[in-house]
Write a protein that binds this ligand. Structure first.
Ligand SMILES: [Zn+2]
Length: 54
């Protein structure tokens, strides 16, 4: 179980078992969080990865 969430508002950008890179996921959202409209960068300060939560 892998989840990538917006570091600003906690919006779940990706959730699933497929291993994706931050760059891939962020690119799917055009580098902008659809909820808070803040810029997403493929660094841990702007997105968070949760693993093994379930
Ligand atoms: Zn956000």
């Amino acid at each position: 179980m892998l989840a990538i969430i917006c570091g600003h508002c906690g919006y779940v950008l990706y959730e699933g078992n497929e291993l994706k890179t931050l760059t891939e996921v962020v690119r799917e959202y055009a580098n902008v969080c659809p909820k808070c409209k803040k810029a997403l960068k493929p660094i841990t300060q702007s997105v968070r990865i949760l693993e093994g939560e379930r």
